[in-house]
Design a protein around this ligand. Structure first.
Ligand code: UDX
Length: 427
């Protein structure tokens, strides 16, 4: 059993901390946001993550997970310190190092004893950050420390499950002893553990997200082409997926990608490359493709409905994907704003993200159910793949809508079961 500090209680920090506590480790967690600490200490995660509430309450009850108010209280008893603070993007500048710098400075100040600790960067940082930013601050403390980079591959909504059952663990380390410590920490994981140097581990994280974002952008472009050729994307996808070099996963076309990772990480990678004199033409194109992909869903509506002025349009799913309440970079925002600019009346529904979406686009009327959103609507766009939406039937649309025009922006409904509905998908 190890004693671990978690610095930063966003979805990544909380899921990592709760998973480690569930595996028997002792976790001291802190966040600079007092409201967030107060919620978590009462067993109420400030965001939705499947299963996290129950798991959090259990580890709080077992006293394996403690929320502490200061960095000193988190670091003091710990042998391993996980830095899980956010690395947001600055417009056109790439990664904002500010929050990480502040966290490491505060860690350095709180480190009062001579205990040797392992500091693990879990935040997504551009290659070189741990060496060039974290290390110099730790050096000022004159303490002995070990340094590691352990990127997270947690999908929002499934972060706890992914933290408990990872499919791989990447450890960037400064030496064999650090690798041994972290391997022992993760000893219950049944998956490959890849050990490398700090900078490579940082790069692996960016490479992974950039490649996945590229797959999605490629799928979107291919679907647009299929539509122009009059062939079914599903069939092309299936045929193409038979090539063992092409994994058929993560090639679902739709309204484009959003969330706290793909757009930000690809932008940060492009910006970091540019600083080193490397133009990332493919990744530039991925971002450009994603910027306009949502317009396809609106074009399909217009093909069916003509002028959208005065038409009531339901947007089902306001979060950036299903099973999360996160609206960061959600495509529902540009979709709603474009519909509004075309004179449509927009009604939105999401099982969780309604209130936060309302703050972004207050002109959209957010209602309490899919049925209410569809009532009297001339058209609907399925924007996020919530399981409840995939259970919608032709009858649901026909019974409620003024004109049953449905654009499935996430490929969750079976066109064969949509008899009577003017049903459109991208590709
Ligand atoms: C992602 C990575 O998957 C995760 O490993 C990383 O650590 C954080 O970023 P997340 O942002 O939670 O996780 O969402 P993910 O499920 O990967 O989807 C990202 C975006 O791509 C979503 O908007 C999703 O709707 C879209 N997407 C995904 C598609 O449009 N098509 C696909 O086939 C897959």
């Amino acid at each position: 059993m190890a004693t671990v500090a978690i610095i930063g209680l966003g979805p990544v920090g909380l899921a990592t901390g709760v998973a480690l506590a569930a595996q028997g480790h002792r976790v001291f967690a802190c966040d600079i946001d007092a409201d967030r600490r107060a919620q978590i200490v009462r067993g109420r995660p400030p965001f939705y993550e499947k299963g996290i509430e129950t798991a959090l309450r259990k580890v709080l009850r077992l006293k394996r997970f403690s929320v502490v108010n200061t960095m000193e209280e988190a670091v003091g008893p710990s042998e391993i310190v996980f830095l899980c603070v956010g690395t947001p993007s600055k417009p056109n500048e790439g990664m904002d190092e500010g929050p990480l710098r502040e966290a490491v400075k505060s860690l350095a100040t709180a480190w009062r004893d001579s205990k040797r600790r392992t500091v693990v960067v879990k935040s997504t940082v551009v290659p070189g950050t741990t060496d060039n930013l974290v290390r110099p601050i730790l050096e000022t403390t004159n303490r002995t420390y070990r340094l590691a980079v352990n990127p997270e591959f947690l999908r929002e909504g499934h972060a706890l499950a992914d933290a408990l059952r990872p499919d791989r663990i990447v450890l960037g380390v400064d030496g064999a002893a650090t690798a041994r410590i972290l391997k022992a920490l993760y000893r219950s994981a049944r998956c490959p553990v890849f050990v490398t140097d700090l900078r490579t581990a940082e790069a692996v994280k960016y490479a992974t997200n950039a490649f996945l974002a590229t797959k999605v952008a490629f799928a979107n472009e291919l679907a647009n082409l299929c539509q122009a050729f009059g062939v079914s994307y599903d069939e092309v996808h299936r045929g193409m997926g038979l090539d063992p070099r092409i994994n058929p996963r993560f090639l679902v076309p739709g309204v484009g990608f959003g969330g706290s990772c793909f757009p930000k990480d690809v932008q940060a990678l492009v910006a970091a490359g540019r600083k080193h004199g490397v133009e990332s033409r493919v990744l530039d194109a991925v971002l450009a493709q994603n910027e306009v992909q949502y317009l396809r869903s609106i074009a399909l509506l217009e093909e069916e409905l003509g002028d959208l002025r005065g038409k009531r349009i339901a947007v089902l799913g306001l979060a950036f994907k299903g099973e999360t309440d996160d609206v960061r970079e959600t495509r529902a925002v540009p979709i709603a704003r474009t519909l509004l600019s075309k004179g449509a009346v927009v009604v939105g529904y999401d099982p969780l993200a309604g209130p936060s979406f309302s703050r972004l686009v207050p002109e959209v009327k957010v209602v309490r159910s899919a049925k209410e959103a569809l009532a009297g609507a001339h058209g609907a766009i399925l924007q996020a793949e919530w399981p409840a939406f995939s259970r919608l039937t032709a009858k649901d649309f026909l019974a409620t809508m003024a004109t049953p025009v449905v654009v499935d922006g996430r490929r969750i409904l079976d066109p064969k079961k949509m008899r009577g509905v003017r049903f459109r998908r991208i590709g």
